[in-house]
Design a protein around this ligand. Sequence first.
Ligand code: ZN
Length: 305
Amino acid sequence: LSLSFLSVPFSFETGRHGSTGLFVPLSPPLDPEKIRELQCFITLSKKLLVMTGAGISTESGIPDYRSERVGLYARTDRRPIQHCDFVRSAQVRQRYWARNFVGWPQFSSHQPNPAHWALSNWEKLGKLHWLVTQNVDALHTKAGSQRLTELHGCMHRVLCLNCGEQTPRGMLQKRFQVLNPSWSAEAQGVAPDGDVFLTEEQVQSFQVPSCARCGGPLKPDVVFFGDTVNPDKVDFVHRRVKEADSLLVVGSSLQVYSGYRFILAAQEKKLPIAILNIGPTRSDDLACLKLNSRCGELLPLIDPH
Ligand SMILES: [Zn+2]
């Protein structure tokens, strides 16, 4: 295998606000031997399934929850919203949407980084059989990926809890602005789900619109903690795993069962598994190859042919 593609210059610092490095855990320098092993893994794969998690988006400036030191669990006392709290309580929804309204302009403006672009390129070149993401940030879609399942939904869509109608999140932002003409607040940090930090007073004056069709409560079209992934979607991904000949995990610690179950399925099928993630994962012992590197630094080095 030639490593000549290693000399191609590239940049992984894409954060416009200079925040990129803030959310990416420290990692050792790239090990040429490990790069060669990943290149081998990718070259041998004819039907590659890739599963991505929050770790692929930290280089786009979106913090994850679980990374040591830089993840939200380590830096703050904020915890993700629970599905049943959201569904049961109008107050919880008001607080959620107020924060989400403030965080939206920044959250929706994040751009794909070289790791997203690399995976989209692999798809175009026929290397990628299917891409499964646990992220809700739409960065794979922005990079042009189409053979894609968003396991936990997408923040860029809104769902009516009553009639099930789906609408674009951008449209809801306009409705928020009309209903809250004098309402303003400063975002003090954006979580992976687009959430921000606000005072109770700010929240209580925030007006939340309901479904334009039926008047039902609105929810982002994402799977909150405590909710389950749609069974049809799970079956769909299981079928893609059955068709695949290898599995690459990118930027996930695999702590959440909804993604971890596909690793177990791949293991049962005896698929070779490679894991690219800074820090330990739940499946390190199942992987034939583990790389502790920045996704956006490593993936563009791999030749998908
Ligand atoms: Zn509705």
